[in-house]
Design a protein around this ligand. Structure first.
Ligand SMILES: Nc1nc2c(ncn2[C@@H]2O[C@H](COP(=O)(O)OP(=O)(O)OP(=O)(O)O)[C@@H](O)[C@H]2O)c(=O)[nH]1
Ligand SMILES: [Mg+2]
Length: 397
């Protein structure tokens, strides 16, 4: 599962990335600091299942605090986009190719409007963040259009060779994780009966917009909510856009996670508050910074929003679920005795067979049925699993 971080330059993408992954990367208050993408591991929370059974998870990846299991997901922070990127402005839009594999993209915006259209710092309220969202989405559509444009001769030869339009487009777009049914639907809904070589620029763009809408959804991280004036803009974004919008302070999350890593505070991603471990270990400046985070972010918004954004992307937008495979249904462990070692992210319609496939293709080949560990009942391979199910897969020897 890969989540992309995109947006105008100098809005806090890398700060969000570092806050979620604790990977250090260059950040600064000026445009185009990030050039090469940063890849790291963040986490989504699942309400722990171990407490229900009186055991404690021993995750292979991520961790569990008894309340929540933190399940790894990959994050990719890319360079910033500005208007005209498809024409080569700023760093262009070729780097979006790195996002071919992402299932969903988070658009980070400067909610208080404290950076202009080129990413230069300006006083809050000087710029409209809605414009930035529109531009990023448009540059994304132009990127998809350019992928099709570049492949036109290939599409032509496939169609001459007898391929249908949707099959030819599927071949080009499958690397973007676009399903063939979606391509078919969009062609029909837009009444695109001619082959892509004969589409006007406008039609190609309409097609690309619609493909993105249905296959690569967005979540908006309205960042810098610690800056006054952010709230009015967030309310307006909510009225104008259909995408989920989460108030975020990436800077606050980074401060809290670093303080927790150094042992100064007790705080886990997504918590509504933190606790200072030993005041005498902190300077007055550090205590003041923590107080500001509490007052201007946590007390006002309930959390820093970083965790909520990742979870909105996975659960709300992609409608994914997390299930726990085990080999020993009594101990809830693998064969080495590790309790609930794996947590697997599956799509909404994910079945026992899909789970087996995710564990190992060999297991999937030999899988006979599953056992729902909560009620010890047999479940068939085509049984659609629920969020937080614990499943043993029984396979032929
Ligand atoms: N007040 C405030 N500032 C923030 C927040 N998040 C990021 N910033 C600041 O915004 C500036 C830009 O942050 P980056 O993370 O480098 O932004 P970026 O979008 O990755 O920028 P490019 O890679 O240059 O496109 C830095 O000075 C950050 O400290 C936030 O939540 N609140
Ligand atoms: Mg950056």
């Amino acid at each position: 599962m890969l989540i992309g971080l995109v947006g105008k330059t100098n809005v806090g993408k890398t700060t969000f990335f570092s806050a979620a992954t604790l990977v250090e990367a260059e950040r600064d208050n000026r445009p185009f600091v990030t050039i090469n993408p940063n890849e790291g591991v963040g986490y989504i929370r699942v309400k722990s299942v171990c407490a229900e059974f009186g055991v404690r998870c021993q995750p292979k990846c991520g961790w569990c605090n008894g309340r929540f299991r933190y399940v790894p997901i990959k994050l990719l922070d890319v360079a910033g986009l500005v208007k005209g990127a498809h024409k080569g402005r700023g760093l262009g839009n070729k780097f979006l190719d790195d996002l071919r594999r992402s299932s969903v993209n988070i658009i980070v915006v400067d909610a208080p409007g404290s950076t202009d259209d080129r990413g230069n710092p300006v006083p809050p309220s000087s710029h409209d963040p809605l414009e930035d969202v529109v531009i990023v989405k448009e540059e994304f559509s132009l990127w998809v259009a350019s992928i099709i444009e570049r492949a036109k001769s290939k599409i032509r030869s496939r169609i001459i060779g007898g391929s249908s339009i949707d099959a030819a487009l599927y071949e080009i777009l499958s690397g973007l994780d676009v399903r063939r049914e979606v391509i078919k639907e969009v062609l029909e809904d837009l009444s695109l009966e001619m082959p892509p070589m004969e589409w006007t620029e406008e039609r190609l763009l309409d097609f690309s917009r619609e493909i993105l809408k249905r296959s690569k959804p967005f979540v908006i991280a309205a960042n810098k909510v610690d800056v006054p004036k952010a709230e009015d803009n967030i309310n307006r974004l909510g009225r104008e856009l259909d995408d989920p919008i989460i108030p975020v302070s990436a800077e606050a999350e980074l401060i809290l996670r670093r303080a927790a890593r150094s042992g100064f505070i007790r705080y886990e991603p997504g918590d509504p508050d933190f606790e200072v471990v030993d005041e005498s270990k902190l300077t007055r400046v550090q205590l003041k910074a923590l107080d500001t985070v509490r007052e201007s972010v946590l007390n006002k918004f309930g959390s820093t929003g970083v965790q909520d954004t990742l979870e909105a992307a996975v659960y709300k937008v992609l409608k994914m679920k997390v299930v726990f495979p085990v080999e020993n249904e009594t101990k809830l462990s693998d064969r080495d005795g590790n309790v609930l070692p794996d947590a697997i992210i599956l799509p909404e319609d994910g079945t026992v067979e899909d789970l087996a496939e995710k564990i190992h293709s060999e297991i999937a080949k030999k899988a006979l049925y599953g056992i729902d560990v909560r009620n010890k009942r047999r479940i068939s391979l085509d049984h659609v699993l629920s969020h937080r199910d614990i499943v043993k897969i029984v396979a032929a020897r």
